[in-house]
Design a protein around this ligand. Structure first.
Ligand code: ADP
Ligand code: MG
Length: 381
């Protein structure tokens, strides 16, 4: 990346590189904005941002992935309006820092991300958090605030209202562990994953246009369900209360998903601690069924991937992960079954949809950090 930086900007003097991971959510889907529980892991797939002083008062951002450059006078960053493209994530984060009283220095930035865009592995949070860290340099900030600035940037400047999960785990991820986040108290605990399992994400390569509008619609439906139930958020609704309330359809099913999914997070954490892998797998399948039938955010591609996975040897369970309507499934399996799984799910999916799915190994990694060994940064592409 040092060489690429020098070629792009002419100089790499004072170059520092920061990394922030993508994530896969193991369980707890669409619970974050209902102030419930989620259990993501930070991935070793990450976004790397190199930064060095530009020396001319300007901020430049080159995305290697997009092969696009954006630049502005550093003094004008605070006044910029959203442009509707990827640079909004960067400018949005810079504006949050400025609002927090942190001056933004003129920098050349180079973005190289190994997190696939729009696959539900949170390339957006990886981009936000890595840029924020690069712009902060040595300034120590409260890591929770850092996550909140990034989330706020995405919700307001980018215009994609989202829960706190993605940015949170990109900051707080821990090698070898999943992070159980209480999205109300914003506290977390690391949950060590049992030995003898691996997680693979399978990218359906589908991106249905419905995703954004449905996300906003579900947010509204959940707020309305909570109001009718007389609770501050669905986090506070009990299964009993839900049953006696007889909410009209689809509000009843939406709320049931959130209530049962929160319970599944707790059960999954307990199963992790007990090393009860078959139970972890069953909870994956139950979560998927709930997202498909009650929350209605799955699609034919994801359902096919989950059903196919469930019938393959060494697979304990599978479910869609992320917002839905495309993106990835997450699969829990025996390590020795991984190769056969990859081959078989790939050919089955290709046979049905004519598309080769991409498969990622989900190794739980640390959250955002500065990279001192530049050799460890993956090559582009
Ligand atoms: P996800 O977070 O699941 O990958 P999002 O739609 O939330 O999907 O975020 C994807 C968007 O983030 C892209 O459309 C792009 O605007 C931005 N993005 C992510 N990574 C990069 C990158 N390396 N270079 C430029 N833009 C990026
Ligand atoms: Mg995202």
């Amino acid at each position: 990346m040092l060489q690429a930086f020098r070629e792009r900007f002419g100089s790499a003097a004072g170059l520092r590189i920061f990394r922030a991971p993508g994530r896969v959510n193991l369980i707890g889907e669409h619970t974050d904005y209902n102030l419930g529980f989620v259990l993501p892991v930070a991935l070793d797939l990450a976004c790397y941002v190199g930064a060095s002083p530009s020396g001319d008062g300007r901020i430049r951002v080159w995305s290697e992935n997009r092969r696009e450059l954006r630049e502005w006078p550093a003094a004008e960053i605070a006044q910029l309006r959203p442009s509707g493209d990827w640079s909004d994530y960067v400018v949005g984060v810079a504006q949050e820092l400025i609002r927090a009283g942190i001056p933004i220095q003129p920098r050349n930035l180079m973005v190289r991300s190994a997190v696939p865009e729009g696959a539900g592995l949170s390339s957006s949070a990886a981009l936000e958090v890595s840029c924020a860290r690069a712009l902060l340099e040595d300034r120590a900030v409260d890591p929770l605030e850092l996550a909140q600035w990034c989330r706020h940037a995405e919700g307001t400047f980018v215009g994609m209202p989202c829960g706190i999960m993605d940015q949170y785990v990109s900051v707080f991820g821990r090698e070898g562990a999943a992070i159980r986040i209480d999205c109300r108290s914003l506290e977390h605990e690391a949950v060590t994953l049992p030995p003898g399992v691996v997680f693979l994400a399978v990218n359906s390569m589908a991106k249905h246009a419905l995703a954004n509008s449905a996300y906003k619609e579900r947010t509204r439906e959940c707020a309305e369900a909570a109001e009718r139930l007389g609770v501050a958020s669905l986090r506070d609704a009990s299964a009993e209360r839900l049953e006696t309330a007889h909410l009209p359809d689809p509000l009843g099913r939406r709320a049931r998903h959130v209530v049962t999914e929160n319970a599944r997070v707790e059960q999954f954490v307990a199963a992790c601690r007990e090393g009860d892998v078959p139970r972890m797998g069953r909870l994956f399948l139950e979560s998927h069924a709930s997202l498909r039938d009650d929350y209605e955010v799955s699609c034919a591609e994801l359902d096919f991937l989950v059903e196919t996975a469930a019938g393959l040897p060494g697979v304990h369970g599978a479910r869609m992960t992320g917002g839905g309507f495309g993106g990835c499934t997450v699969n829990l399996l025996r390590p020795d079954a991984a190769d056969e799984f990859a081959g078989r799910i790939s050919s089955a999916y290709q046979g049905r949809f004519g598309v080769i799915p991409r498969i990622y190994s989900c190794r739980p990694a640390n959250g955002a950090e500065e990279i001192t060994n530049f050799e460890s940064i993956p090559a582009p592409g």
